[in-house]
Ligand binder design. Structure first.
Ligand code: ATP
Ligand code: NMN
Length: 184
């Protein structure tokens, strides 16, 4: 029995993540999905709460559970201010795992230094499948729904996520403008 671990901020969970998990399913029996920066929300870079991201992932990976007999666990992981002990922090919050999947250089380094095997994948259609770009499309009113699994569209609509993101982005612009004015 092999149990894998895959972590991301998933702001939002998109088709790049989904394709990565589809590949992972052929290598593991169980998969722990870490929701990174679980303590952060309501910012332009991290608009969605841990609970909202739990809904996105739980609903989206159902198809892999059904088709591949995969067992998944979604675990929120708060950031800590010491990278040197972060891998241990993650392990303390999760079911034991044998292998980590990540394309994030810092995550790869911290787990490898902790003696855990890390597997990377290619980046899938990165020009379109990048959280930053999808959030910008949400703010600008450009198409984004075809870049995330259908259950994620449902969650974003249920929580009125586009309106939140636009309000946060607008407040962010005003805050930066005021900071610039005050520094003059
Ligand atoms: N298109 C993709 N194909 C494969 N892996 C991806 C893709 N996009 C992100 N990943 C990987 O998934 C993990 C989680 O990524 P993350 O949630 O930060 O998404 P992101 O698209 O990079 O978002 P952001 O632009 O907000 O940083 C990381 O290891 C990241 O490299
Ligand atoms: N010291 C820390 O808290 C620490 C270190 C490395 C990664 N992380 C987190 O792991 C996650 C990695 O996911 P991304 O690949 O989406 O960046 C992020 O939420 C990041 O904040 C946290």
């Amino acid at each position: 029995m092999t149990r894998g671990f895959y972590i991301g901020r998933f702001q939002p969970y998109h088709n790049g993540h989904h394709t990565m998990i589809e590949h992972i399913t052929s290598e593991v029996d169980e998969l722990v999905l870490g929701i990174g920066s679980a303590d952060v929300s309501h910012t332009v870079r991290n608009p969605f709460t841990a609970g909202e991201r739990i809904m996105m992932l739980t609903k989206a990976v159902r198809e892999f559970e059904r088709e591949n007999d995969l067992v998944t666990y979604v675990v929120p992981i708060e950031d800590i201010d010491r990278n040197a002990v972060w891998a241990g922090h993650v392990e303390s919050m999760c079911p034991d795992f044998d292998v980590v999947y990540s394309n994030n250089p810092l995550v790869i380094r911290l787990f490898e230094e902790d003696g855990i095997e890390v597997r990377q994948s290619q980046m899938f259609n990165r020009e379109r499948l990048e959280g930053t770009d999808i959030r910008e499309s949400m703010i600008d009113g450009d198409p984004w729904r075809d870049r995330v699994p259908d259950p994620v569209v449902d969650v974003v609509e249920e929580i009125n996520g586009i309106q939140r993101l636009r309000t946060i982005a607008q407040d962010d612009v005003v805050d930066r403008w005021e900071a610039d004015e005050n520094s003059l």
